[in-house]
Design a protein around this ligand. Structure first.
Ligand code: ZN
Length: 118
């Protein structure tokens, strides 16, 4: 998805639609208050660069949303994608776990797990 630069008219339209208030904290955005246009669903998560995916936020709320919601969600999506495509580094099995080749018997001995117990 490409990010297009919003025209002044489009920014004004969004501002008036939001009735001059931040969508998160409802603060009135008076002249001089820094406010920004936010993608509700981030572009990196497949959100559209379209009017219905944009909202007006004050600068603190925008940076807060980006840092606490958007970036972690994007990072998680990247981890899931890497694992899905097999690009993720294979994990070493937890020592003594079900995937390890060793197991502890009920009497306390550590023995090699049988490959195919049929
Ligand atoms: Zn706010």
């Amino acid at each position: 998805m490409t990010r297009r630069r919003l025209s002044t008219r489009a920014r004004l339209g969004l501002f008036l639609q939001a009735q001059g208030r931040c969508r998160i904290c409802s603060r009135l955005l008076t002249p001089g208050t820094r406010w920004e246009i936010d993608h509700v669903v981030p572009l990196a998560l497949g959100g559209a660069d379209a009017h219905d995916n944009l909202q007006v936020l004050c600068a603190p709320c925008h940076s807060g949303k980006t840092a606490t919601l958007d970036l972690p969600a994007i990072a998680k999506a990247e981890r899931i994608r890497a694992r899905h495509l097999g690009a993720a580094r294979p994990r070493r099995p937890m020592q003594g776990g079900r995937a390890s080749k060793w197991k502890r018997t009920v009497d306390g001995r550590v023995v090699e797990r049988l490959k195919d117990p049929v």
